[in-house]
Design a protein around this ligand. Structure first.
Ligand code: NAP
Length: 332
């Protein structure tokens, strides 16, 4: 049997420790994946350093993995040993260590796994899904934007469009047929236009609310950066009619929303773990994600970090400190 090893967090906010770990056992509709690549998300880094979610310590964090199927559990029909797959694991919902992706062999569920297209690298497959799912679940599942090629018409506003989630939100809205107006830092204007935005404005412009109102009204509004300044500006932009928008962060004290404006927040990155989203989940892993991974989206630039499991903590610290503008990807 293959030898497993994991980066364990032994207590809340504790340092990671790499140590031997039993090879995990797949249950009904589960597969064991030999981990080839995983990305560090701000969520993982926040749970590691700030205990952002309650976890049963000692624990193994990480909820997305790209690799090769090593073993299949009972009733699995979609996958066989040797398949190249990408999987979103229920680490933060079911809170079992076998789903944690900071280990060499990870258990994934059949329903939240997709095959990786032949020409797609493990690193890309690991880096894309989390932020892409956040954007699509926020716009389509939460706001009802529609699906690509439906040739919808109208306008979408994406605030903070140059980041990972924002970049995918621009691409998704544009693929559904919407004219996309976006905000970003001036040095990222060309990048965001290249993703499909027709107009990109500087979110620090002191006339931003007026300028975005003149370009509106908008059928769909999202802030991908989720910061309070952006949220407050969106509340003003939506006046006088009011409306709703999706936000990647929860409401905070610094946010002041007009009475006719509502902020929609959720764990969009985990949308496919909820049974009530079964139809969306089947479309996501069976259709949309494989197409996206095969070149259907422009990926967020990524940086491969050497060093394996023992480098995860430093990578998490870099993510939290904003030291890399790229998505950090490691291999155990
Ligand atoms: N709710 C969920 O399910 C979920 C899932 C994933 C991520 N998130 C959250 O979503 C946020 C974005 O994640 P990400 O992975 O896309 O991060 P990212 O790739 O680091 O992008 C963040 C972007 O925000 C922009 N930004 C930074 N400060 C800003 C400000 N004050 N005003 C406007 N824009 C600002 C930056 O754009 P410029 O360089 O152009 O300034 C940067 O590109 C994070 O807070 C993350 O925790 C939530």
């Amino acid at each position: 049997m293959s030898v497993n090893e994991a980066a364990w967090i032994l207590e809340a906010k504790g340092d990671l420790r790499v140590q031997p770990t039993p090879y995990p056992v797949p249950e009904q509709n589960e597969i064991v994946i030999k981990n080839h690549a995983f990305a560090i998300q701000p969520l993982d880094a926040n749970i590691r350093a700030k205990a952002y979610m309650d976890m049963p310590y000692p624990f193994i964090l990480g909820n997305g993995v790209a690799g090769v199927v090593d073993e299949i559990g009972p009733s699995v029909t979609k996958f066989k040993k040797g398949d190249r797959v990408v999987s979103d694991t229920p680490t933060y919902q079911l809170k079992k260590t076998k789903y944690g992706c900071w280990q060499k062999y990870v258990v994934g569920t059949e329903a939240t796994t997709a095959k990786i297209p032949e020409n797609t690298k493990f690193e890309d497959a690991a880096a894309i899904p989390f932020a892409l799912l956040t954007a699509v679940a926020a716009l389509h599942l939460e706001l009802g934007m529609g699906k690509p090629k439906e040739n919808r018409h109208g306008k979408a506003l994406i605030w903070g469009a140059s980041g990972s989630v924002g970049g995918y939100a621009v691409q998704y809205a544009s693929s559904v047929g919407y004219d996309v107006v976006a905000t970003a830092s001036p040095r990222k204007f060309d990048y965001v236009r290249g993703l499909g935005a027709s107009e990109v404005l500087d979110y620090k412009d002191d006339q931003i609310v007026k300028k975005l109102q003149e370009l509106g009204p908008y059928d769909f509004v999202m802030t991908a950066s989720g910061d309070a300044v952006g949220v407050n500006a969106i509340s003003d932009i939506l006046q006088p009619a009011g409306g709703k928008f999706v936000c990647t962060r929860p409401k905070s004290e610094e946010m002041r929303l007009a009475a006719n404006v509502s902020l929609h927040y959720g764990f969009f990155s985990m949308a496919t773990q909820k049974v009530e989203n079964a139809d969306f989940t089947a479309w996501w892993y069976g259709d949309y994600l494989p197409t996206a991974l095969a070149g259907g989206v422009t990926p967020t630039p990524l940086e491969k970090r050497p060093g394996g499991l023992s480098e995860i903590q430093a990578a998490c610290e870099d993510v939290l400190a904003g030291r890399s503008p790229k998505k950090l990807v490691l291999s155990p």
